[in-house]
Design a protein around this ligand. Structure first.
Ligand SMILES: Nc1ncnc2c1ncn2[C@@H]1O[C@H](COP(=O)(O)OP(=O)(O)OP(=O)(O)O)[C@@H](O)[C@H]1O
Ligand SMILES: [Mg+2]
Length: 300
């Protein structure tokens, strides 16, 4: 199954959340591949703690593959290559977790027929080898999004789902909704490429990232009341913009570790060093489960 991760704004938490979802999917026994299609800034290697690939690899990455310079894009096995002890050694019962990085010097490039063909071929190969192929796209109305929409249209037999990440703020809700429903958004671009609008919409869910609970401790009574009003207003805005509860796959709480460093939250972070909040890992685990839960994806 292909999972496309996108967001309208940059810095939403798309890569860190996707990386952690991929990790939790692998821990649950699935073979997972993470494809870094953030062409302008391929930094997924940093989230997975891969030394030497923190801003893509030197030649032989996804840029080189799509441009026809290599037949086999580089693959990095996370459980054997991560530069972090708690990620080393695939835990018993886990699936594989493989990163396909971009090229360090690569940038954005316009989609073309040839690129779409190569991209579709890559999807064929990865889909036959991995249960989950998570594709992290560039933010906004990107060439990457256009290319994968076209490639997915060429491979209707491969199940595909879309995740739209956004923070829990006014601007982020408006932007995420516009990326889906607005001019040159995912639906409009998809339909122009031959996708069925309702089917595409049914395969798409929003994920709210770094959400602060309104009743977070340490607020005065006045602050709590104000924050609750704000939260209610955001709920209304999200509902009116088609990003309300029914269209949401889940949300991830603000986590102190992720606020300071982009990384995978391992069980060691929860039980030994106890630096991460268990609710954060539970949210990633639940999202990982929902990715392949058909009931969660019934048409809105
Ligand atoms: N649940 C969370 N709690 C606290 N901080 C978070 C959370 N999720 C992500 N972050 C932090 O937010 C920042 C942006 O996250 P990330 O890099 O994943 O966003 P992105 O949408 O992929 O950005 P870009 O568009 O630059 O690729 C990072 O510093 C990350 O660690
Ligand atoms: Mg990113």
């Amino acid at each position: 199954m292909l999972i496309f991760a996108t967001s309208d704004k940059g810095g939403t938490g798309r890569s860190v959340t996707s990386g952690n979802m991929a990790y939790r999917c692998a821990l649950s026994g699935k073979h997972v591949c993470y494809v870094d299609f953030d062409f302008g800034s391929p930094t997924a290697g940093a989230v997975f703690n891969i030394d030497g690939a923190q801003h893509g690899v030197t030649g032989g990455g996804l840029h080189s593959y799509l441009l026809g310079d290599t037949a086999d894009p580089e693959r990095i096995d996370i459980f054997s290559r991560a530069d972090r002890l708690s990620l080393r050694d695939r835990p018993p019962g886990s699936g594989r977790l493989v990163l396909l990085p971009g090229d360090s010097g690569g940038g954005e490039f316009p989609s073309s027929r040839e690129l779409v063909r190569r991209c579709a071929t890559l999807f064929d190969e990865l889909n036959s080898e991995f249960e989950i192929v998570l594709v992290d796209l560039s933010a906004g109305r990107s060439y990457a999004a256009q290319m994968v929409l076209a490639a997915a249209r060429e491979r209707p037999e491969i199940p595909a789902r879309w995740l739209v990440f956004h923070r829990w703020t006014q601007q982020h809700i408006i932007a995420a909704s516009s990326l889906v429903y607005g001019d040159r958004g995912i639906l409009e671009t998809g339909v122009a490429l031959g996708h069925d609008r309702e089917q595409l919409l049914g395969s798409l869910r929003f994920i709210r990232t770094a959400v602060v609970e309104p009743d977070a401790q340490g607020l005065t009574a006045e602050q709590t009341a104000w924050v609750n009003d704000c939260n209610a207003a955001l709920q209304g805005l999200a509902r009116d913009r088609g990003a309300g509860k029914l269209a949401v796959l889940g949300s991830v709480p603000l986590d102190p570790v992720l606020q300071w460093r982009e990384q995978l939250i391992t069980n060691r972070d929860l039980t030994v060093s106890r630096i991460a909040n268990p609710q954060t890992a539970e949210a990633f685990e639940e999202l990982a489960r929902l990715l392949t839960d058909d009931a969660a994806w019934e048409t809105i």
